[in-house]
Design a protein around this ligand. Structure first.
Ligand SMILES: *Cc1c(COP(=O)(O)O)cnc(C)c1O
Length: 401
């Protein structure tokens, strides 16, 4: 007698949270519950002819962990489910993901356009390294899509943006910029760390490649460095795979395992952190010691309508400008008891940073002013602590300023 098959055996019919717990799982002959860590660099072949067939691509199977590894592959399959991507590749760090994605799409003589408000390392790649390798780059104010249209040239191959931006949480209209890039035959690469894949899905809005620092929300507990690139099969399995295979920014199997476990709880953690971030934004907005609060889902955000259009929620970061400049900002940060001073983000532990003197200190005053990085600016990454404790921590600290 044939039984009716449970429709949930069809992976495509499962909900996102279910897929992030089970997606990509490949059990070994031992039937382990948790994903196994294949902590090996190489693989053996049954015969010389078998090795030949695998190198020729005539037989499936792993060759060397720089190219592919069973644990890393499980992570890649699960990460691809985050945005319904056709394919994904893990990398050693988030910066390796960004550098690999950008480099896979350009050669000497090409041109790239990027929004000027970028994570420090990303801006370095676009502004300093691309020109060294013969790829000119133009940085624009990303808030107005028209600025991208004006910067496009016949040889523009890549448009690179992050949104919300670091550290001031300005937004880029992804759909509008994707249309502009495609009209000029360029690919749009989006660094989606700040929004998280839970609240923003750039591939659905037209992006060609999406990069993440898995170090941030995917691990979410400050343990491991890693990155991932998502996109269409033809881009990931050709350009992106080849540059990883041949230049070696590969993900460690151990780190892949950490991120696999992180993905299981990612939606729960991000939702809880976002709820607290929204409460803190409300608290800051009414506080007399605060000059400005920037949070995409707070009605005071200048691009509030765009935020509502392209994001599902305001995410886990809040930027505040404390009245009284650097001295006041330092006083607030130093008086915090629960929130730690650090430059990481997306962690279970809440973290505050002063961009003007740390992550963005190398920029000139003019560049800082252009990016909205003032002396009173503090960037807050909201963690998993009780939001009442976080508000009480800031209430006390702001009183000291
Ligand atoms: C942290 C971060 C990166 C770099 O990631 P690493 O894992 O530290 O290399 C890139 N982009 C953004 C937006 C980040 O927050």
């Amino acid at each position: 007698m044939s039984k009716e098959k449970n429709p949930l055996f069809d992976h495509t019919r499962r909900k996102a949270q279910t897929m992030l717990v089970h997606g990509g799982m490949e059990r070994s002959q031992h039937g382990e519950t948790s994903e196994a860590i294949f902590f090996n660099s190489g693989f053996v072949y049954p015969t010389s002819a078998g090795a030949e067939a695998r190198f020729k691509g005539e037989e499936p199977g792993h060759i060397y962990s720089r190219f592919s590894n069973p644990t890393v592959e499980m992570f890649q399959k699960r990460a691809a489910l985050l945005e319904g991507a056709e394919a994904a590749r893990g990398t050693a760090t988030g910066m390796a993901a960004v550098t690999t994605a950008v480099m896979s799409q350009v050669r000497a003589g090409d041109h790239a356009v990027a929004a000027r408000a970028l994570f420090g390392g990303c801006r370095y790649v676009v502004e300093d390294y691309l020109p060294r390798w013969g790829v000119e780059s133009t940085l624009v104010d990303g808030r107005d899509p028209e600025n991208f249209a004006r910067a496009m040239r016949p040889n523009t191959k890549v448009v690179f943006v992050e949104t919300p931006t670091n550290p001031t949480l300005e937004l880029v209209d992804l759909k509008a910029v994707a249309d502009i890039a495609h009209a000029h035959g360029a690919v749009l690469i989006v660094d989606n760390v700040f929004a998280t894949p839970i609240w923003q899905k750039p591939l659905e809005l037209g992006a060609d490649l999406v990069t993440y620092s898995a170090t941030k929300h995917m691990d979410g507990q400050g343990r491991a460095l890693g990155g991932v690139i998502l996109g269409r099969k033809e881009l990931i399995e050709a350009d992106v795979h080849t540059i990883i295979r041949q230049t070696g920014p590969s993900m460690s199997p151990f780190n892949a395992w950490v991120f696999l476990k992180g993905l299981e709880t990612l939606p729960l953690r991000v939702k809880a952190m976002t709820e607290s971030a929204a409460k803190l934004a409300d608290f800051f907005a009414g506080h007399p010691k605060i000059e400005l609060v920037s949070y995409p889902f707070h009605p005071s955000h200048p691009q509030y309508d765009l935020a509502k259009r392209q994001m599902g929620a305001g995410s886990t970061l809040v930027a505040i400008t404390v009245k009284g400049g650097k001295e006041a900002a330092f006083k607030v940060a130093d008086a915090l008891a629960v929130v730690a001073i650090s430059n990481n983000l997306g962690d279970a532990k809440s973290i505050v940073s002063h961009p003007a003197t740390t992550t963005h200190q190398r920029f000139s005053d003019a560049d800082k002013a252009e990016m909205g990085i003032t002396e009173g600016l503090l960037r807050l990454s909201v963690g998993l602590e009780d939001s009442e404790d976080l508000i009480a921590d800031f209430a006390y600290a702001l009183d000291q300023a």
